[in-house]
Design a protein around this ligand. Structure first.
Ligand SMILES: [Mn+2]
Length: 339
């Protein structure tokens, strides 16, 4: 007999249920859907998008997915990625409803839809900075991953729709956004939902290996360069990690090969604030930030047009590497002084 996972989704509030019913009527009333992920999508974003794609296809709907920019090779291998539209295909794709997932602003999806567009938008996200640009906004900023929100919706709709494929996508999002169940957002909810998803057939160990810790040889070579140049400041409270253009060229690695590098700097004993600066954008330096204590790196990132979560955020600085490093260290010092 198939074990039925505990019904965590029963905890959804009346307000959530109203939103869910709104989404369900949109799905029933329309035929053609577009699902959009943000630029440089992570596992949570991709997982949320593909889970909804699988649901809608299963209901006989026409579904197209779109991700602006480059998509990491490992995510391309996921079965439902066959629905991915190129920029050219998107131009000719007719749709009635758009789902935007794990994305706080329309800028992050390359402005393919505008806020005053007639298009019906369903916005599902867990970023505190979400601008509520949707016709329906299902936003919960205390939740560790957007896939948890998608899970609640699917469970409300019909728990029978959660296939092992969908369970994999949802589990992927929780695992990636909690850093393999290690970050501060690893809580009772994320662990409980992950456990239920394993009950629905999610392959916990395979997903951890394929998406979380498996690396290419060239990626480890690049990591060795990056680690060789790792620096600590302020008695070891600040760690600065850098990727230069020449490191990337010498290792023949790709930018996506640096995923997870920042975790090594964050692992250092005594470190409180971490920045990973990557010289990869023509207009400047892309920076990922981590906080290991109560300091809020998202509010720092927002000052420079970036965003994210309290303990993990990102921004692009339009200076060179040296100036960007100075700016970050200065900002970090101010944060430490105020704490
Ligand atoms: Mn997320």
């Amino acid at each position: 007999m198939k074990r039925i996972p505990a019904e965590r989704a029963a905890l959804s509030s009346e307000k959530d249920k109203k939103l869910f019913n709104g989404i369900i009527s949109l799905i029933k009333q329309h035929k053609r859907f577009l699902l959009v992920a943000h630029v440089d999508p992570d596992g949570d974003c991709v997982g949320s998008m593909l889970a909804i794609a699988a649901l809608l296809e299963g209901m006989g709907k026409l579904v197209g997915c779109y991700i602006p920019g480059v998509v990491s090779e490992k995510y391309k291998k996921l079965p439902r990625m066959k629905l991915l539209l190129s920029q050219e295909e998107l131009k000719n794709y007719q749709y009635e409803v758009v789902f935007v997932v794990d994305t706080p602003t329309v800028e992050r999806i390359g402005n393919i839809i505008s806020a005053n567009d007639e298009t019906i938008i369903v916005n599902i996200d867990h970023h505190p900075t979400n601008e509520r640009f949707g016709s329906i906004n299902f936003i919960k900023d205390k939740t560790a991953a957007t896939t948890i929100l998608v899970y609640y919706f699917l469970s409300f709709l019909d728990r029978g729709v959660i296939t092992p494929e969908i369970a994999d996508y949802l589990y992927l999002g929780i695992m990636m956004d909690t850093g393999g169940f290690r970050f501060r957002n690893t809580d009772e909810e994320s662990l409980a939902v992950a456990s239920e998803l394993v009950g629905y057939g999610a392959r916990a160990s395979e997903i951890a290996r394929e998406f979380f810790y498996m690396k290419k040889f060239r990626s480890l070579k690049l990591l060795s360069c990056v680690l060789a140049n790792l620096q600590l400041f302020d008695n070891g409270r600040i760690a600065i990690m850098e990727l230069t253009k020449s490191m990337l060229e010498e290792s023949r690695a790709k930018v996506e090969d640096t995923e997870g590098f920042i975790d090594y700097a964050a692992a250092i004993e005594g470190v409180e604030l971490v920045a990973f600066l990557r010289e990869i954008v023509p207009e400047g330096v892309r920076v990922s930030l981590r906080s290991l204590n109560n300091l809020n790196v998202a509010s720092f990132a927002e000052k420079y047009g970036g965003g994210g979560h309290k303990n993990a955020a990102g921004l692009v600085i339009d200076y060179d590497l040296d100036k960007s490093r100075d700016l970050i260290i200065q900002g970090f010092r101010e944060m430490l002084l105020m704490s």
